[in-house]
Design a binder for this molecule. Structure first.
Ligand SMILES: NC(=O)c1ccc[n+]([C@@H]2O[C@H](COP(=O)([O-])OP(=O)(O)OC[C@H]3O[C@@H](n4cnc5c(N)ncnc54)[C@H](O)[C@@H]3O)[C@@H](O)[C@H]2O)c1
Ligand SMILES: O=C(O)C(=O)C[C@@H](O)[C@H](O)[C@H](O)COP(=O)(O)O
Ligand SMILES: [Zn+2]
Length: 363
């Protein structure tokens, strides 16, 4: 039996069905109900690092009468490629996967982005369920229906809006997460704090050491608060026609860094540098007060997230930022803050201001 389960409803704008994000422990008993009883086949997509979990899920589903297959994919960003998506499509084809069958994505954000994309493209869209196993995937990637893969030209350039039928955040999964992956997820938690829920920042600042581990006293609260921020936004703007852009705070530079690093950096680490940059940009554009801008640096640094990137890379980063999904024609667009929890769009900033902001971030 699941104990102390928090249920957060998401959706359903733009004609999409609403669904629940469950946060708690021992949630796997909820999976069969979410899959539904008229389903014949289930494909469990999991990363190499979670081979045991993937196989245990497959075996459990098979015992319950489903035709279950496990599809193992590479760890981290190596899974978010056209080749790996094609490998998954082949596995679905070979197991006779139909429109009434279900994909389950278990893993970090890279795995849930891939699994959702595979589900969104197979037969033009089959149902899928996310079982996020990192902080980042619980608070952000698995919620909201953005799915996709990277290309050599940029981050998440190919994808689809395809919301899951449910999200199971089993906090016990975080116990096996490497420390640097735990911390990198905090970048999206801190992002949620700055754009919408400053209590998140207060909780982290009260004890940054505790925030760095799953055993901290506020782990569940930090995760739930961040999910609520995301759920509120995507529930009113699934397809990013306006409000949803605020979730991209810090991401214009972050994605440029990830591409520059050939997707070897963790997304959360890049987002941390990107948040620092966005704060300096907001300050230099005359939008953000000094105290709130400085707060970015102190809170990110307090949990051990990176703030800086190489100065000599600026021309390449500027080039990479042109393919950001918020760009319109040649116009670069950034999310900045007008104040704490007051996100807004900054369009076509003066190149000198951009460079000056990068000067604050560069090392
Ligand atoms: N779709 C969205 O809205 C959205 C939002 C935010 C981020 N993202 C995407 O999420 C990705 C980053 O996700 P991430 O930070 O979760 O990293 P990740 O998925 O790359 O996982 C990091 C590593 O941890 C391993 N791992 C996962 N769970 C584990 C566990 N419980 N125990 C041990 N190892 C485990 C993975 O196999 C991988 O090696 C990026 O591609 C980013 O673009 C998407
Ligand atoms: O859900 C969103 O919308 C976000 O922007 C959340 C981001 O944290 C996430 O990294 C997302 O994948 C970025 O989307 P993209 O459209 O810029 O690729
Ligand atoms: Zn992100």
């Amino acid at each position: 039996m699941a104990s102390q389960v928090t249920r957060i409803r998401v959706g359903g704008s733009a004609g999409s069905e609403s669904y629940e994000v469950l946060v708690g422990r021992q949630l796997l008993g909820e999976l069969a109900g979410l899959i539904g009883d008229r389903v014949k086949r289930v494909a469990v997509i999991h990363p190499e690092a979670l081979a045991d979990t993937g196989e245990a899920l497959r075996a459990d589903l098979a015992e319950q009468g489903f035709e279950a297959v496990a599809i193992q994919v590479p760890n981290a960003e190596e899974a978010k490629t056209a080749e790996v998506a094609a490998y998954c499509w082949k596995a679905l084809g070979q197991s006779g996967f139909t429109r009434t069958d279900v994909v389950v994505g278990v893993g970090g954000g890279s795995t849930t982005d891939l699994a959702g994309f595979v589900a969104g493209t197979w037969l033009r869209g089959v149902r899928w369920i996310a079982i996020p196993t990192t902080v980042l995937a619980m608070v952000d990637a698995a919620v909201g229906g953005k799915t996709g893969i990277n290309t050599a030209e940029g981050k998440n350039l190919v994808g689809a809006f395809h919301p899951p039928a449910g999200v199971l955040c089993d906090l016990a999964a975080l116990d096996s997460l490497p420390a640097n992956d735990y911390v990198s997820g905090l970048a999206e938690v801190i992002k949620a704090g700055f754009i919408a829920d400053p209590v998140i920042l207060d909780l982290i600042e009260a004890d940054p050491e505790a925030a760095r581990t799953p055993a901290g006293p506020h782990t569940a609260e930090l995760i739930e608060r961040s999910i609520r921020v995301k759920a509120d936004v995507v529930s009113s703007d699934l397809r990013e026609s306006g409000l949803r852009e605020i979730l991209n705070y810090g991401h214009t530079l972050a994605h440029a860094i990830e591409k520059n690093e050939r997707y070897k950096w963790r997304h959360g680490a890049a987002v941390s540098v990107g948040l620092h940059f966005a704060a300096e940009l907001g300050r230099l554009a005359g939008r953000l007060d000094d105290a709130t801008a400085d707060r970015h640096r102190t809170v990110l640094e307090s949990v051990g997230l990176p703030l800086h990137y190489r100065y000599d890379q600026w021309p390449r980063l500027l080039e990479n930022m042109k393919v950001d999904k918020k760009s319109r024609g040649d116009l670069l667009r950034f999310i900045v803050l007008d104040g704490l929890a007051k996100p807004t769009v900054l369009e076509g900033p003066d190149p000198a201001v951009l460079l000056a902001a990068y000067g604050e971030v560069a090392e």
